[in-house]
Design a protein around this ligand. Structure first.
Ligand SMILES: Nc1ncnc2c1ncn2[C@@H]1O[C@H](COP(=O)(O)OP(=O)(O)OP(=O)(O)O)[C@@H](O)[C@H]1O
Ligand SMILES: [Mg+2]
Length: 152
């Protein structure tokens, strides 16, 4: 049996940040592959570029100041795999949230205590068209459950 191609294959990924004090080469020539069902961890000291790699894969780097200068991110274990870095923003929105996603670090700081949880959880998913209607319903359910809790 021919082994499956990796689900995710990052090749030669290089990303920089252009700042007032010059260019930070945050990620330089990073390559790795992740197979279907495989759990893969990246470990490194603070500032070594872990989040930059993850955000680059999901096309969530803020540009400017960030720029992916080299590399490819092949996603999909079939012959139809795509280079995520070459997709249009609209194509990427269809894949992000539906087939590939990210749990951001420090969720306690990422969540805003003055906004309803449903609105916050639904925000990222509403941005992706695929789940829009079901997430709208989930957000409504969260909203009504948080109202119930506040009334108690
Ligand atoms: N918006 C930005 N502008 C300029 N430089 C940045 C920006 N974001 C990150 N960097 C720089 O890029 C490098 C990699 O940062 P990154 O956040 O990817 O590291 P990390 O491994 O995720 O760190 P941590 O473990 O603290 O989360 C660091 O030198 C950081 O200062
Ligand atoms: Mg990080």
């Amino acid at each position: 049996m021919t082994p499956l191609a990796p689900l995710l294959s990052v090749r030669g990924l290089t990303a920089i940040y252009r700042g007032q004090r010059g260019v930070v080469r945050a990620v330089e020539d990073v390559s790795f592959s992740v197979g279907l069902g495989e759990i893969f961890g990246i470990v490194g000291e603070s500032g070594s570029g872990k989040s930059t790699v993850a955000r680059a894969i999901l096309r969530l780097l803020p540009a400017p100041p960030a720029e992916i200068t080299e590399g490819e991110v092949r996603f999909g274990d079939t012959v139809d795999s795509v280079d995520l870095l070459k997709l249009s923003a609209a194509e990427m929105r269809r894949i992000r949230g539906a087939q590939i996603g990210m749990v951001f670090q420090d969720p306690q700081k990422a969540l805003n205590p003055v906004l309803p949880i449903g609105a916050q959880i639904g925000e990222g998913l509403r941005a992706g068209a695929t789940f829009a209607s079901s997430i709208g319903r989930s957000a409504a359910a969260f909203k009504s459950s948080s109202r119930t809790r506040t009334r108690r």
